[in-house]
Each structure stands twice: as structure tokens, then as C-alpha cells.
Design a protein around this ligand. Structure first.
Ligand code: CS2
Ligand code: MG
Length: 404
């Protein structure tokens, strides 16, 4: 089955998404997500200018060889742009293979290991009370795992907050310049435990409670945070510190039993190697869109399984519904599954990407259509052209650039 066409679409039904569509001589098409928030166009160009022409004429069934060809064959290995492009190709080819086999993708991977995929949602508020209201709303919807974030007194904004009460969370700002936000670790460390205290007092321990620190603490500060929140038994603390230096997680680990999740910005198994091998983390958050598609993620998950590290894939709505659809197949199969992030999508987004997944009482299922169960409405997508937007940056009160 030969590849005859590979097309790239950039569309913005609320957020910019990069979509790859591969077509074969048998008329089967596959979709892949190549979205890299705030850096969409280089990935689109990497695909269009370099990889797509080299796909034409290849056997669509040779997924592994095509992955290796673009990984080793570029000479320049890894990196978010390269890996997002390879990921999209990989996802689209698995979609095609599953359609050709007449099976939902999870069947090709080895079948379902569970009846549904536990997903976690976001509860957020500018104050603790607002966060409690949002938590109650999500609990009511049936979520079994809830991430909680809230505003910190003395800081105008913080990670994970919407731009106003009742508005959907959207960190990026339109235009060509990132918003600059102020960050104070001291204020955060003093206040954040109060949020978990309020949640556990109000709702008890029934739901899994998660929290994202978004890379902002140093290792010793993260250790102090982990220790302070132990009584609230978090499911995980996410990205406590930047992870380029993997061994710095040792220091956090020595001080706290609060489980650790990291990896949403990783793009290969090498970024996770030491963290997994030394059991410095509990959940690996790599995603299909950035870490090499099904082929890359399967390798990471199997490796993690040796060390009892479970998956907890990144799933914000700046990864397209194509990624979410494929992720649900992966999650339904992967033996060492932990949880899947699910922020949800706007109506406009879901109209451009019609899907077969379902949500029931906190668990999602990818559906049983052949392939990954996602479509792309090319005509509708044209109504939403690329609209530049950038993630914010964070600075300390003296102006020093920090980790957003
Ligand atoms: C995140 C994201 O979902 C998460 O855990 O940390 O919100 C992240 O900030 C965005 O995906 C960046 O594009
Ligand atoms: Mg995160």
C-alpha cells in the first residue's frame, strides 16, 4: 500500500493545530497531530518542505522503517520540531494500518487492558472558593481524578488560571509577543498547601487530587513542597522542577513520598532514561504528539514498566483532538497505565475534528471504528486560519526571567 499524498493543514478553531493527512493508493487516509504550541509553523514547514516529499511512494505499512528513516536519516536527532513531525507521521500511519486491518487501533496494539481510560480534568479558580466551586462541578460530572490550581494572593496571575471568572483557561495570547507574568516562589510555597487543605476538608479523599507546579521550583523547594502536602495525599505533583538535569530529582525524592510526574516537554526516551531507571519519578507524562507517536511512546512505556513507572500523558487542548483520539487507544492498551489528562475541547474544535470517543463517569473510551476514530473537516478548517499566539513568560519581581 503506497503513500500517494501527504498534506499539512494549520487551522485555528480557537487554538492553532497542525494536522497531517496521509493518503494511500488504496484510498485510505490517516491523520496525525503535529501541534507544538507557539511554534506551529516550523513543524508545518519541517513536514511540508522536508518529510512529506520523502514519504511519497513508500509502503505505508512500514511504520518502523519510516520512523527510523526520519529519526536517523536526518542526521540531526531529537528536538521538539523534528519529533513532532515524526510523531504526526507515525500517528497517521498507525491510523492507516488500523483502518486497513478493519480494527480500532487499540486492537492492533494488543487489545484492551481495561474497560475505560481514567482521565483527569482541571479545576481552577482565582481564589480557593472559586476553585472549590469548580472542583464540585467536575466531581458532579463524574471525574475520578481532578487537578486543582488557584490564584496566589499577592500575585496578579499564576499558572493554570483563566483570564477571568467563567472563561476557559487559555494561557497563550494572540499576537507576536508573549505576555510577561510575575512569579514569586515564596508566596506560592506559603499559600498552595491551603488549597489542598480546603479541598480535602470539603470533599474528602474520594477523588485523586493532582497539582501542576509547572517547572517553577528548585529541587530543594520542591522537596519542601512535597513534604508539606503529604497529609493531602496527592496523586502527583507535576513538574516540580525543570528536568533537563535529570539527577536533580534525586534530591526531591530523598525528602518526600509525594508522587512525582514529569515529561510533558520531553521528546524522546533519552529525556526520561535516568528518571525512570533510578525510579526518580512515578508517572511519565510524554505524549504521542511530541515523543515519537505510538512507536516512540510504546518504547518509553515498556521501559517505564520495568521500573513500575506508569503513564500519565499530557492532554491539554493545545494538543489537537487527533492526539487525544490516538492517546485513548494507547491508554486503553498500555499495561502500565496511570491516568490521562483531558482538558476538553470547544465546540468549534470538535466540529473541525469529529470524533468517536466517549466519556462516561470519569472514564473515556476511544470507540470501535477502524483506525483512531477521528476525522478532519478540511472545508470548515479553512474558516479558521492560523492566528499567531504565544505562551507567556514568567519573571521574578526584580525582572529576572524565570520558568513559566
Ligand atoms: C500543562 C499545559 O496540561 C498541562 O499540564 O502544563 O497546560 C502546558 O502549559 C501547555 O500544554 C503548554 O502548551
Ligand atoms: Mg503540566
Amino acid at each position: 500500500m503506497k503513500i500517494v499524498k501527504a498534506e499539512v493543514f494549520v487551522t485555528c478553531p480557537g487554538r492553532n493545530f497542525v494536522t497531517l493527512r496521509i493518503t494511500t493508493d488504496e484510498g485510505i487516509t490517516g491523520l496525525g497531530d503535529a501541534t507544538l504550541n507557539g511554534r506551529e509553523l516550523p513543524v508545518a514547514s519541517y513536514l511540508e518542505d522536508h518529510l512529506c516529499p520523502q514519504l511519497i511512494g513508500r509502503d505505508a505499512h512500514n511504520i518502523e522503517d519510516i520512523w527510523q528513516f526520519f529519526y536517523k536519516g536526518a542526521y540531526w536527532r531529537r528536538g521538539p520540531v523534528t519529533m513532532s513531525a515524526i510523531s504526526a507521521i507515525d500517528m497517521a500511519l498507525w491510523d492507516i494500518k488500523a483502518k486497513a486491518a478493519g480494527m480500532p487501533l487499540y486492537q492492533l496494539l494488543g487489545g484492551a487492558s481495561r474497560s475505560g481510560v481514567m482521565v483527569y480534568c482541571h479545576a481552577t479558580g482565582h481564589t480557593i472558593n472559586e476553585a472549590l466551586e469548580d472542583y464540585a462541578k467536575h466531581k458532579e460530572m463524574g471525574f475520578k481524578a481532578i487537578r486543582a490550581q488557584c490564584g496566589i494572593p499577592g500575585m496578579e496571575t499564576s499558572y493554570g488560571l483563566s483570564k477571568g471568572k467563567g472563561l476557559a483557561y487559555e494561557p497563550a495570547t494572540k499576537g507576536h509577543w508573549p505576555e510577561e507574568q510575575m512569579w514569586s516562589t515564596e508566596k506560592y510555597l506559603d499559600f498552595a498547601p491551603k488549597l489542598f487543605d480546603a479541598i480535602r476538608n470539603e470533599f474528602g479523599f474520594e477523588e485523586h487530587l493532582l497539582h501542576d507546579m509547572h517547572h517553577r521550583l528548585t529541587p530543594i523547594e520542591a522537596a519542601r513542597f512535597g513534604q508539606a502536602v503529604e497529609p493531602y495525599r496527592l496523586f502527583w505533583m507535576e513538574d516540580p522542577t525543570p528536568a533537563e538535569n535529570q539527577e536533580c530529582f534525586r534530591l526531591i525524592r530523598q525528602h518526600t513520598t509525594t508522587p512525582i510526574a514529569t515529561g510533558e516537554v520531553f521528546n524522546s526516551i533519552w529525556d526520561c532514561k535516568q528518571l525512570i531507571e533510578e525510579q526518580l519519578i512515578d508517572y511519565i507524562r510524554t505524549t504521542l504528539t511530541h515523543a515519537g507517536g505510538i512507536t516512540g511512546m510504546r518504547r518509553i512505556a515498556d521501559f517505564a514498566g520495568l521500573y513500575q513507572v506508569r503513564t500519565g500523558s499530557h492532554g491539554p487542548s493545545d494538543l489537537s483532538p487527533v492526539c487525544m483520539a490516538a492517546a485513548l487507544h494507547f491508554d486503553l492498551w498500555v499495561p502500565n497505565f496511570g491516568v490521562q489528562e483531558y482538558m476538553g475541547y470547544s465546540e468549534e474544535m470538535l466540529e473541525v475534528f469529529p470524533h468517536t470517543w466517549t466519556f462516561d463517569n470519569g472514564y473515556m473510551h476511544p470507540g470501535n471504528e477502524p483506525g483512531i476514530g477521528i476525522g478532519f473537516d478540511e472545508e470548515l478548517a479553512k474558516k479558521y486560519p492560523y492566528d499567531p499566539a504565544y505562551l507567556p513568560v514568567a519573571r521574578l519581581s526584580d525582572g529576572t526571567l524565570w520558568n513559566w
